[in-house]
Design a binder for this molecule. Sequence first.
Ligand code: ACO
Length: 311
Amino acid sequence: TDEAHQRRFDAMITAEERIEPRDWMPDAYRRTLIRQIAQHAHSEIIGMQPEGNWITRAPSLRRKAVLIAKVQDEAGHGLYLYSAAETLGVGRDELLDLLHQGRQRYSSIFNYPTVTWADVGAIGWLVDGAAITNQVPLCRCSYGPYARAMVRICKEESFHQRQGFDILYTLARGTDAQRRMAQESVDRWYWPSLMMFGPPDSESTHSEQSMAWNIKRFSNDELRQRFVDMIVPQAEALGLTLPDPALKWSAERGHYDFGTPDWDEFMQVLKGNGPCNRQRLEHRRTAHEEGAWVREAARAHAAKSRARQRA
Ligand code: ACO
């Protein structure tokens, strides 16, 4: 019966066991996972755009090769995540349709423009740094396929963060103009990167239930704090400042105090009114339409292979 299933499911969560695709799970657990994993997958592929913007203009062959590899990694992350979502009974094409219709979200951060080369550095350092902070705990998420996908993704994200740090480190030790470019970029990306962790705990609709299900292991505010504590010494190593007058070590708390992000701006970005929302979705839809022939060719090839096997 459903009641017995529910009891067994609850016991597995309490015992920190992994839920696997063929296990019984409550509908709401399945829906929450589909929402979060799809949003995560969409973020990876929309996230290819801001950095892809700099592939043709990377300042050296080495930087270009590294950036191409990085953007390709993001596509790979999207694929692992869509596969993880498929184990919950939804199709990848279905999820892409929902993204294209604006009915599923992707991370707020990818609605900001990359206007200078330093932005590729700031994205690696701050955005991928925030992503790792959020995703390392997801390696212990109760849903097996999602947790396992996270292990490899986090390893690759760590490399991404280092390459971003390396770009900023180089610029910060370059000419005055390069140093200014690095600082200006950090000034623009700091607050949006803090917003990546989601609304304050008091405004977070899903946190409590997701934590009870061991999907989320830490709250949005806890992870935001962990991120700030990590980047302050890194900013010092870079010789760059974070644009937050409230930043200050609190011996009492054993953490850095920091300012409040502009939550109105965050809500506007979620509503589709960020600087690049329309451009990002438009580009994604066009890429999807222009790729129709590839999907068709793959289907035709698969059908032919099946027919050959039968013959
Ligand atoms: N961007 C867009 N939407 C967001 C963001 C954000 N940064 N943060 C929260 N939201 C949305 C939630 O999806 C939710 O919307 P909904 O109710 O319409 O679905 C609403 O704001 C309220 O937020 P929460 O209740 O706190 O949502 P949730 O429990 O899902 O927590 C979080 C948000 C922390 C982002 C979580 O979903 C998560 O850990 N996701 C996996 C990581 C991820 O998606 N990373 C993508 C960016 S990193 C990268 O790709 C490089």
